[in-house]
Ligand binder design. Structure first.
Ligand code: C2E
Ligand code: CA
Ligand code: CA
Length: 666
């Protein structure tokens, strides 16, 4: 059994106290004995004095009564004497207390006791002799002092009480105080140290006792060191020692977390499997040192290109895995991938050797291509081999269909930009007609891409991508300039009461200078602000910000008319209509297609009424039949546009069909 400190100290104190008790008990007994001796001495003095006096006083046995007064005095003067007796042989002649009228035969004084105290306590009485002559004959009587043991005990017990107080109560009090102090300064700190040693959760505060404090301090230091070592080990187990990048363990941990997060948030991410092309050749021809050096450089370069939210690990010789999860489109993703490949293809000088290296990347998506680590890695690996097969230094998606789409997008992105340089864009114009009068009031400019090989490419095929990759800003500028240029030509030819509407994408309105630039262009070309209208779509409200509203307000205040395109398909609400300065509502073609159904009709009529209430003109789009037109007329719609009147036409065709008539009509 193990003793604890507290018990140990209690035991120690108990032993010490016992020794003290023994010492003091011995002393106490000594003290008691010497007191008993003094009392005995005093009593025997008293006895001999009294016997002497009585020897003088007593003259005959018959008048023994004379001794009575003397004995009474002696008894009353000494508390320890219970009574005094005078005895002749065994017969009591005189007594001071009637209890002792019995015969007292033998000596009552116990001389054999081992000490004075015992003698005092064991002897019922002490005795002396009274000698006197009666008629010349010597008489010897016995004088007995019967001891008052109650009184004697009383006397000694006073002493004992004091003794008990000093040697009983005080030590116990002292013991308690010592215990409290020990608990506070020793036991509790030790317990804290024990807990700290076990759990290391809470660092104990400095202790008062120097030794304990030294232990505590060294424990804290040691645990700190161990913790640091643990962290280092942890980091070492998760980093690739050559490149300093994360290793496979760390990648697995990261993917586990990312997969859980992505599942929960219903998100996708891309896993890139990157393998250097012909790394073995570099290793074999230039040596492993250079190979290692190259890998370090590659690791640094990848790390530089990717963003802080991306993750990169080296999982084998020349194999790296990059995980990308923050990208808004495939295009953005491929941009990052291309950046990585471009960076890696730069010439590196390693120990004076110029090294050219390229990389092949395979891409798999969570959850489309795999919803667990193993299948994602496998599929990205397969895609990487595909990239190698196709000639290396390229990337490949796991699915062929996606791969094709991405390649097409990238091609489109490239050729779309080249088309602007090569002047392959044209604006077509589709007339807008006043339903009541049948007059042409203007035209909508619609962009066309005339590709030398493919012919006319519809805007639906490239406008969404241009909006995605930002090219719409450049293209939009071209549209404004082109429309303004065309309009000023027509104006010079004498065209009046005619406006051209151009489509403006939401991205263009993000530029704060848009309104200012737009008005400046009109002024430079001597156009009035009512000559060119702009069409915006409801989707703008989705990304609405104060900027959009401000730009529209400036344009509107300057007299530019604003149409809300594709009305009814998006997120229009009355509050937007009131907040934004809208002049025209364009009913989307899909509603015109449904005009004959009850729902379609209700919708069209509602928009028309709403337009009238809000002081807006309503234009119906996509009118293809005479019936549709008649219906629009019947519900009071203002204008229309559609194949029924004319498809969008090239400038030449439009001029031939309409402008001449319009100019001549003026
Ligand atoms: P949008 O602004 O709603 O243009 C109306 C579309 O309906 C045009 O398609 C037009 O040719 C077509 N359309 C007009 N009447 C009829 C009809 O009776 N029947 C049918 N089936 N279609 C009709 P388009 O020219 O292919 O333009 C498509 C979209 O591309 C436009 O929709 C517009 O959002 C966008 N877009 C066109 N040009 C530009 C431009 O210069 N800048 C911007 N940002 N977007 C443009
Ligand atoms: Ca439009
Ligand atoms: Ca439209």
């Amino acid at each position: 059994m193990l003793l604890n400190v507290q018990k140990f100290i209690i035991l120690l104190i108990a032993v010490l106290l016992s020794i003290l008790y023994i010492v003091f008990m011995y002393y106490h007994l000594q003290q008691q004995d010497s007191k008993a001796r003094v009392i005995l001495k005093d009593l025997s003095n008293n006895l001999s004095e009294t016997s002497y006096t009585l020897s003088k006083v007593i003259t005959s046995k018959k008048n023994i009564i004379v001794a009575r007064a003397i004995l009474d005095r002696v008894v009353s003067n000494n508390d320890f004497i219970q009574s005094a007796l005078i005895i002749d042989d065994a017969e009591v002649l005189l007594y001071t207390d009637p209890h002792y009228d019995k015969h007292v035969e033998k000596s009552l004084f116990n001389q054999e006791s081992e000490n004075f105290y015992a003698m005092l306590m064991d002897s019922p009485a002490i005795e002396g002799e009274i000698r006197f002559y009666e008629g010349g004959e010597l008489n010897v009587l016995r004088l007995l002092f019967v001891l008052n043991h109650d009184e004697i005990l009383n006397y000694f017990s006073e002493d004992r009480n004091t003794f008990l107080l000093y040697f009983g109560l005080y030590p116990i009090l002292l013991l308690l105080i010592v215990l409290v102090v020990i608990r506070k300064y020793l036991s509790a700190p030790l317990e804290k140290l024990r807990q700290f040693a076990y759990y290391q959760n809470e660092v104990p505060r400095p202790f008062k006792l120097q030794e304990l404090e030294a232990i505590r301090y060294s424990m804290v230091q040691t645990f700190q060191r161990l913790e640091n070592e643990k962290k280092e080990l942890y980091a070492m187990a998760r980093t690739d020692s050559l490149s300093g990048l994360a290793n496979r363990n760390s990648l697995n941990e990261y993917l586990e977390r990312l997969i859980a997060d992505s599942k929960r948030e219903n998100k996708e991410f891309a896993l890139l499997f990157l393998d250097l092309d012909h790394f073995k050749t570099v290793n074999d021809s230039l040596g492993h040192n250079i190979g290692d050096e190259l890998l370090k450089n590659i690791a640094l370069m990848i790390d530089e290109v990717i963003r802080s939210s991306d993750f990169v690990a080296r999982i084998g010789g020349d194999e790296f895995v990059v995980v990308l999860h923050k990208y808004s489109s495939l295009l953005e993703l491929t941009n990052i991938i291309e950046r990585i490949q471009q960076q890696l293809s730069k010439e590196l000088i390693i120990q004076t050797n110029p090294v050219h290296i390229s990389s092949s990347i395979g891409i798999a998506f969570f959850p489309k291509d795999g919803d667990n680590i193993v299948s994602l890695m496998q599929h990205a690996d397969i895609a990487m081999y595909e990239a190698k097969q196709k000639g290396r230094a390229r990337y490949h998606f796991f699915t062929e269909e996606l791969n094709k789409r991405v390649q097409e997008t990238i091609l489109l992105d490239k050729s779309m930009r080249e088309a602007l340089v090569n002047n392959e864009y044209q604006l077509f114009y589709q007339p807008k007609i006043d339903i009541k009068s049948g007059d042409i009031i203007g035209a909508e400019a619609l962009i066309r891409w005339i590709d030398p090989k493919q012919g006319i490419i519809a805007p639906d095929l490239f406008i969404p991508l241009a909006e995605d990759n930002g090219f719409i800003i450049e293209l939009g500028e071209w549209v404004v300039n082109e429309a303004v240029h065309q309009y000023s030509l027509w104006k010079m030819a004498g065209l009046k009461n005619f406006s051209v509407a151009i489509n403006i994408s939401t991205k263009q309105l993000l530029n704060i200078d848009f309104a200012h630039d737009f008005i400046a262009i009109l002024e430079q070309n001597d156009l009035s602000s009512s000559d060119i209208d702009i069409e915006i779509t409801e989707y703008m409200f989705l990304e609405q910000n104060q900027n959009n509203a401000d730009i529209l307000k400036v344009l509107h205040d300057n007299g530019v008319k604003i149409s809300l395109d594709d009305f009814g398909t998006g997120y229009s609400s009355l509050s937007y209509l009131k907040k934004f300065p809208i002049d025209y509502l364009k009913i989307d073609k899909s509603f015109m297609d449904d005009y004959a159904t009850q729902e379609g009709a209700i919708f069209i009529e509602t928009i028309v009424k709403m337009g009238q209430t809000l002081n807006m003109k309503v234009i119906a789009e996509g009118v293809e039949t005479h019936e549709q037109l008649q219906y629009l007329d019947s519900v009071g719609c203002d204008y229309y546009q559609g194949y029924y009147f004319s498809k969008p036409l090239s400038v030449e065709a439009f001029e031939k069909e309409f402008i001449r008539g319009l100019v001549n009509a003026v």
